[in-house]
Design a protein. Structure first.
Length: 258
């Protein structure tokens, strides 16, 4: 499994430094939560872990993101290949509305120009939907549009689409923020199951979700408008929420700001 080692990472949009000086080791087969107030660089940092932030013109980094010892920013490394190995699930469910449930699951394979026999495609669809705890709910309507599902089901379909290409790392950017409480618990249960197979990093504003779902937590903050986001404290989730080392962290997790 894949360990992620972040070394002296600065993230820029043009000349603006959005995130400064991140050093962090993310253990394999674990869930790491990124918490902090809006605008402090959590999602920017998350996207830097698979070079997704580079879709914005002028974005670049200084420092290293090593996945199993290999820097994903080395010259000659293909960002598309990085994103195949490090999947992303976004804040709002985004199934392709004109595609069937089955075709949504296979979309990543087709983008990678993978040629599949019908039997292989069926096997991947079932395996991925089972991993996303969605198979029993949709197995009789795989030809129906992905957009016909409920919000929580759509998010699980997006997770199935992400795991179909068999990545090594899963990044989740507030995957439950648009969902009702029942769907949120279903996604949290799913995250706890998926960590047996994947290294997972999740951005969340929900302190209870971070406490329930993660083993490690990084608290990001910002000193003021125009300043870069920084990691204030990175420790076990139990310690962050019960006995943090920094007053700033305690103020945030206890709800005094943010």
């Amino acid at each position: 499994m894949k360990q992620i080692d972040v070394e002296d990472l600065d993230i820029y949009y043009g000349s603006f430094r959005a995130v400064e000086g991140v050093n962090m080791t993310i253990e394999p087969r674990s869930v790491t939560a990124l918490i902090g107030p809006s605008g402090c660089g959590k999602s920017t940092f998350l996207r830097a872990l698979n070079r997704m932030h580079e879709v914005i013109h002028g974005a670049h980094v200084d420092g290293r993101v090593n996945i199993d010892g290999k820097n994903i920013y080395d010259p000659g490394i293909d960002p598309v290949e990085v994103r195949r190995k490090v999947g992303m699930v976004f804040q709002r469910p985004n199934p392709f509305p004109t595609m069937s449930i089955a075709d949504n699951v296979l979309a990543g394979m087709k983008l990678n120009a993978t040629r599949l026999k019908d039997s292989e495609a069926e096997e991947i669809v079932e395996r991925s939907l089972r991993q996303a705890n969605l198979w029993d709910e949709v197995k009789d309507r795989l030809d129906k549009p992905g957009s016909s599902l409920s919000g929580g089901q759509q998010q699980r379909l997006c997770i199935a689409r992400a795991v179909a290409v068999q990545p090594e790392v899963l990044l989740m950017d507030e995957p439950c923020s648009a969902l009702d409480p029942i769907s949120t618990l279903a996604i949290e249960d799913l995250i706890c199951e998926l960590k047996e197979a994947y290294t997972i990093v999740i951005v969340t504003h929900n302190m209870q979700q971070a406490a329930r779902s993660s083993s490690m937590t990084a608290f990001f903050n910002i000193e003021g408008t125009g300043k870069p986001g920084k990691v204030v404290e990175y420790d076990s989730t139990a310690r962050i929420f019960s006995s943090p080392q920094c007053q700033e962290t305690e103020d945030y997790v206890s709800g005094r700001f943010g």
